[in-house]
Design a protein around this ligand. Structure first.
Ligand code: MSP
Length: 647
């Protein structure tokens, strides 16, 4: 059966500055989607490239004492090297200096001119030099460029114009009739209110003030101005109006144009208008994600090595960086990058949760069975919860990916990783290992763990393409049980699977030491301020519902209590938590005596990793409120049974 085509694009990058971690965000997002679609059986065309013309590049090359083409050749190679370093699996790389693209753009320009969609006139207006954009007075923000905020200058120049104004109504209708076309929805309102309702103005599409551009064939003093050149890449790269490729019929219209929000206007208004003028189908979806901010500001290379994606990949591994980008930023909104947040994510999610799960499981299978599980089995009811969750995972992840919700898809997978870790605690394999009679049960437990890891790793493959194969190698999963389809059912690993101990997947990073090392590498002197996110007062930072769902809060009754020896502030509480019971060490002795507490019901954080306080193990913590300098334990109404979940 012929595979269904899927065409996804990144914007084409300006080869003017070194790319920072914010730039790589768009590309990592697209790569993940491309890999996901390939795993689902699509014939994917994933396009990226470079946008190499314009005044800014001409000036940069002159500063460097190089011809523009020589200058861009060097930078473009650096961009390709970065994408190779970040495991970006693009299928095609277009450069706007490629001959075939130049020929196509010249033909497109001429067609639009011949049919009257492009005409010659004089442009007088506010011009933002860095953005190479003219703006109308109503579009300026406080008299400055609405995109970059810099001052604009009055400019006048003979120019060809694209009759954008003619398409206002058709574009408005497009947004009304097809709300899926532009996402997230907030971007539609921005476009309608800021640009469409005031009425579109015709767009200057040629320049005479610089030479580094595609010459207008019928008027040699003019070069094609940036957006007609740049946006056309999405079809010229498929062979539209050129002989280099023959893929237009197969892949156009694009399934997804992905980009950050500041270039949504060009993709959702100017590009559709150009396509309408050329009588070509429109892309199916334009998605404008948010910005990755650094210290509350838009990222820039002046932040130094700490935001250099190649440096970050070298220090932490590419998959850790990819994971952070995809997990940390609420998709569609702005998110904050700090080195501290990156390291914390690596330590908590990757080293502690995922890495530990794999290494513990493989080490136990190795220790108890010499690496190969016996075929004998003994299932118990407790397995059903884990298996049920495993089998629901793929549809859930699929739904979220189809909805372009990368962070929530990852949250689901990591919720399952945590559940699997909990299964180890519930089944306590080290106790089963003591009795010969328990070996069938132990084999079942180990199998369930390996199989859960396999399913999680399959679903993680598009996000972390280097890590999944390392996990498969350790858990003994052959190629036939690592494809997307194989994650649908529990039980695909052979029953006598053989594990192979491997290296640590994600070594823990010492936060303070690492931050010092980064500072020595040239981090900015001023530590990043928290991002300017809109949040209710009194709230430290917003979390997703999925993050809160990770907390297992339970009602428990204090059945016994005593001071911890040689620790003034600590009390040891014995709790009836509706299950096996537990002990918790709490620093509340300065406010409570044991007699105040015994018999009372409290809320305990039941899934907190155990910790030793003054040599006494604490299996969770109880909730208390700060009242001035005091702490008050939160007591619970007597009617609520022990073990009840608090949500
Ligand atoms: N050349 C144009 C695009 C033309 S497409 C026909 C361009 N290039 S760019 O190099 O400036 O940006 C490339 C991509 O990186 C864009 O999606 C841009 O929005 C994105 N980002 C640049 N900085 C970013 C952040 N700090 N955060 C998230 N994305 C960012 O625009």
């Amino acid at each position: 059966m012929q595979k269904k085509p899927y065409y996804i694009t990144t914007p084409i990058y300006y080869p003017s500055d070194k790319l920072h971690i914010g730039h790589s965000y768009t590309t990592v997002v697209c790569d993940t989607m491309a890999r996901y679609k390939r795993m689902q059986g699509y014939d994917v065309m994933f396009l990226t490239g470079t946008d190499e013309h314009g005044q800014k590049i001409e000036s940069k090359a002159a500063e460097a004492g190089l011809a523009p083409k020589v200058y861009v050749d060097g930078v473009v190679q650096g961009i390709k090297d970065l994408w190779a370093r970040m495991d970006i699996s693009y299928d095609r790389f277009i450069r706007t200096t490629d001959d075939y693209h130049i020929q196509s753009v010249q033909k497109i320009f001429k067609t639009l001119y011949d049919q009257g969609d492009i005409y010659k006139s004089t442009y007088k207006g506010a011009y933002c030099k860095p953005c190479e954009s003219f703006w109308t007075e109503s579009q300026l923000r406080d008299g400055c460029c609405p995109d970059c905020g810099r001052t604009v200058e009055q400019a006048e120049e003979e120019s060809y114009f694209f009759r954008l104004s003619k398409y206002t109504d058709r574009i408005l209708k497009l947004f009304e009739e097809n709300p899926e076309f532009l996402q997230p929805t907030t971007r539609i309102n921005e476009m309608v209110n800021n640009f469409l309702k005031p009425g579109l103005t015709d767009l200057a599409v040629s320049r005479t003030s610089f030479q580094w551009g595609i010459p207008v064939t019928f008027d040699p003093g003019h070069v094609v101005y940036v957006w007609v050149d740049a946006l056309s890449n999405y079809i010229t790269a498929l062979g539209y109006q050129n002989d280099r490729y023959n893929d237009y019929d197969r892949y156009w219209p694009a399934d997804l144009h992905m980009m950050a929000k500041e270039i949504v206007r060009f993709h959702s208004i100017i590009w559709p208008a150009m396509l309408m003028a050329l009588d070509l189908p429109l892309p199916k979806k334009v998605y404008g994600h948010g910005w990755l901010l650094f210290g509350g500001d838009k990222m820039s290379k002046s932040k130094g090595n700490v935001v250099d994606p190649a440096v970050l990949c070298d220090r932490y591994g590419v998959d850790a960086v990819r994971y952070f980008l995809l997990r940390e930023v609420p998709f569609g909104q702005d998110g904050s990058f700090t080195n501290e947040a990156l390291i914390n994510r690596i330590n908590s999610d990757l080293a502690n949760d995922l890495g530990n799960l794999v290494s513990r499981t493989v080490a136990m299978a190795d220790k108890y069975f010499g690496g190969t599980l016996p075929a004998v089995r003994h299932a118990e009811a407790i397995d059903e919860d884990l298996i049920g969750m495993a089998e629901k995972l793929r549809p859930a992840v699929q739904r979220l990916m189809d909805d372009i919700q990368f962070p929530t898809a990852l949250t689901e997978i990591f919720r399952f990783v945590s559940r699997t870790n909990k299964y180890i605690d519930e089944t306590a394999p080290w106790i089963l290992a003591k009795e010969e009679a328990d070996r069938p049960r132990l084999a079942s437990v180990m199998y369930n763990l390996l199989e859960s890891i396999r399913i999680a790793a399959v679903l993680l493959s598009p996000f972390m393409p280097g890590t999944a194969p390392r996990i498969f190698a350790q858990i003994g999963a052959g190629e036939d049980v690592t494809d997307w389809e194989s994650a649908a059912a529990f039980g695909r690993l052979p029953s006598t699977v053989t594990v192979r101990k491997g290296g640590t997947l994600f070594p823990r990073i010492e936060l303070e030491k690492e931050l010092d090392a980064l500072e020595a590498l040239g981090a900015p002197a001023d530590k990043p301020a928290p991002p300017k996110e809109e949040k209710p007062e009194n709230v430290v930072s917003l979390v997703e519902i999925g993050d809160f769902a990770k907390m297992d809060l339970r009602v428990a009754q204090i059945t016994a209590c005593e001071p911890v020896p040689k620790a003034d502030k600590l009390l040891r509480l014995v709790l009836d938590d509706g299950g096996k019971g537990r002990q918790v060490v709490s620093g509340i002795h300065q406010w409570y005596e044991p007699g105040d507490l015994v018999g009372k019901k409290v809320v305990v954080v039941a899934n907190l990793k155990p910790a030793k306080l003054r040599g006494v193990e604490s299996q969770g913590m109880i909730l208390a409120a700060d009242v001035g300098d005091d702490a008050r334990v939160l007591f619970v109404d007597g009617d609520i049974p022990c073990g009840a979940k608090v949500r």
